[in-house]
Design a protein around this ligand. Sequence first.
Ligand code: SF4
Ligand code: SF4
Length: 54
Amino acid sequence: MIVKDICMYCGACAGVCPTNAIQVQELTVVVDDDTCTKCGICVKACPIDALELE
Ligand code: SF4
Ligand code: SF4
């Protein structure tokens, strides 16, 4: 997962992930590649298109 610099750490992506693979901390978005199924739901949920699947 690529998290672009425009991310504002709103947490919307973490809230929709079915496997809880995203953690939004203070100024970091951490995606666990082991639990991410690359479903793309978070990419669609981000209001500013800050996520991109690799
Ligand atoms: S939804 Fe988008 S802007 Fe919000 S924390 Fe996730 S990547 Fe960042
Ligand atoms: S692609 Fe799907 S499984 Fe992976 S972090 Fe996004 S919502 Fe979660």
